[in-house]
Design a protein around this ligand. Sequence first.
Ligand code: CA
Length: 232
Amino acid sequence: MTTKPQIMVVEDEPEISRFLESALEARGYNVTLADNGKIALKISAAQPPDLLILDLGLPDMDGKAVIKSLREWSRMPIIVLSARDQEDEKVAALEMGADDYLTKPFGTAELMARITVALRHASRREAPAEMTYSFGDIVVDLAKRHVALKGEEVHLTPTEYSLLAALVRKAGQVVTQAELLQEVWGRDSLDHDHYLRIYIQKLRQKLGDNPLKPRFIYTEPGIGYRLSEEEA
Ligand code: CA
């Protein structure tokens, strides 16, 4: 018998947590419910789930504080739930170490796709120090700083390479604009969003990705970018 992945849902609205519980159980996941942040931290420390779904608006503490506390000891995938008007909260949560987000209201199919992707990337992350990452026809070797497309070397400028490497290191996760700007261009460039648009476009061209319908580098409008083999 294979063990079912354990998912913890941290949500104070009973209708939403009931909906999540039945949708997840129907897909074969084991579900634990927590209706506030303190309980969530207590249970996850005692019995770490394989994935956490976290509402950002909790009655007892800020959802971001839950992420911060978990990230001190765990890399478990965290998917945050946020309201449509909480753009800044979402970005902050991703910067705290959340892997992904869903905006309420969301559908079951979207939720399941995000969970599948997050669990797959988490299991890959546990593999011993993987320095090579492949997606589609592309292979990125982080140790050698080498990128190949269909076996042919892709010539990237140092800036293009840094941007790609930043996405590769967090493959499957949303990387925020601020994270990318800081990592590639430094702290002084945090308001230079246009750099990102320009360089993402160059990367897509060189990697044979279609900007109108990307297969690898996805845009999360207003938030950042995600490198993934499958649309989440
Ligand atoms: Ca709430």
